[in-house]
Design a protein around this ligand. Structure first.
Ligand SMILES: Nc1ncnc2c1ncn2[C@@H]1O[C@H](COP(=O)(O)OP(=O)(O)O)[C@@H](O)[C@H]1O
Ligand SMILES: [Mg+2]
Length: 337
């Protein structure tokens, strides 16, 4: 278990992390999600011991490691750019930490080969990093973090240098390895889909503070703020005036001067019956064929909303009327007022 207790980190006079606390449970896949510059790498480096917080405590498995150097913390780290030694072979890269720990030659050979096997790059053991693909370098970086037997692994945007297909493959492999070895993982990314797919828990970081902490489903379906609603998925807006025009006086009053948000995929084509549904009379402004889905731009009263629909739906005629329905629980109201 990792506990950050009221951590503040400064570079000179600039406060990057401001009184942040969080707990990562044993065996949990925990993601720090946030846009570039929000302090993710800084926080990860503090957990690894490369940066000392100016105040607060870091506790790993009940032991206060706030003042412990990185070599004495039982954590493996995978850096954003892999940081492999370019002049060493794959084998030597992975063996490095074991040599530093003064293990015997036989032990080193066995543990390195085992680990290379586990992550699937055994046949490349004698190559240099420059002779490997991005995905293979990624595996070597993971092997190097795993070989020391740490139960905690820290990963800093480990997929950002890979192409889209390889990112998806490595994404599931990272999750598989974490599960297989029961590792506690702290994963840093700016990619919300990566965070949703991989994580048990996500902390959304904004300006060095946690804006929301929750499971992927909580973060996606119950975003705490408009900012997170927009960041974690797509957002479209309905005005209170539109709701009023629809005869939804209670909803309109509840919204007041604030905005009502929904996700494009929450609109359903057609008129649904039952008190849980809002029925909306839309006019089709445009439609866009996307292969597996279609995106409609709809005019509902004075609001323009986006609606995604899947299945073999016929192109609706621009200008035609189109009934759509939205579950009331899928409408969220944010803003001051
Ligand atoms: N060594 C450093 N010295 C001074 N400022 C830094 C240093 N490293 C990062 N920063 C600043 O701290 C903030 C957070 O950086 P970082 O943790 O790298 O963000 P992220 O990983 O989320 O992109 C940024 O504004 C960055 O410019
Ligand atoms: Mg970073």
């Amino acid at each position: 278990m990792i506990e950050l207790d009221n951590i503040t980190i400064k570079y000179g006079s600039a406060t990057v992390i401001d009184g942040l606390s969080l707990t990562v449970e044993k065996g949990e896949f925990f993601t720090l999600l946030g846009s570039s510059g929000c302090g993710k790498t800084t926080l990860l480096r503090a957990i690894a011991g490369f940066i000392k917080p100016s105040s607060g405590r870091i506790v790993v498995d009940g032991e206060d490691v706030t003042s412990t150097g990185p070599e004495d913390r039982d954590v493996g780290i995978v850096f954003q750019n892999y940081a492999l030694f370019p002049h060493m072979t794959v084998f030597e890269n992975v063996a490095f930490g074991l040599r530093v720990a003064r293990k015997s030659k036989a032990e080193i050979a066995q543990e390195v080969n085992d680990t290379l096997n586990r992550v699937g790059v055994f046949e490349h053991a004698q190559k240099k990093p420059s002779e490997l693909s991005g995905g293979q370098q990624q595996r070597v970086a993971i092997a190097r973090a795993l070989v020391l037997g740490a139960q905690v692994i820290l990963l800093d945007e480990p997929l950002s240098n890979l192409d889209a297909k390889m990112r998806e493959t490595m994404r599931s492999e990272i999750r598989n390895l974490q599960q297989k070895f029961g590792l506690t993982a702290v994963y840093v990314t700016h990619d919300q889909q990566e965070a949703l797919v991989l994580s048990d828990k996500i902390a959304v970081l904004v300006g060095g503070e946690i804006e929301q902490l929750g499971t992927p489903r909580e973060i996606y379906h119950q975003p705490a703020t408009e900012n997170i609603f927009r960041f974690i998925g797509e957002a479209t807006m309905l005005s209170a005036a539109t709701l009023g025009d629809l005869g939804e006086a209670d909803l309109a009053a509840q919204a007041g001067t604030r905005q009502c948000f929904a996700r494009p995929e929450d609109f359903v084509i057609g008129e649904k019956t039952g008190p849980e549904w809002l029925n909306l009379n839309a006019e089709v402004v445009s439609s866009e064929f996307r292969g597996n889905s279609m995106r409609l731009t709809l005019k509902i009263g004075d609001s323009t909303v986006l609606c995604d629909t899947v299945g073999r739906y016929q192109d609706p005629e621009v200008g035609s009327a189109q009934p759509v329905s939205l579950r009331r629980e899928h409408l969220r109201i944010y803003g001051a007022g």
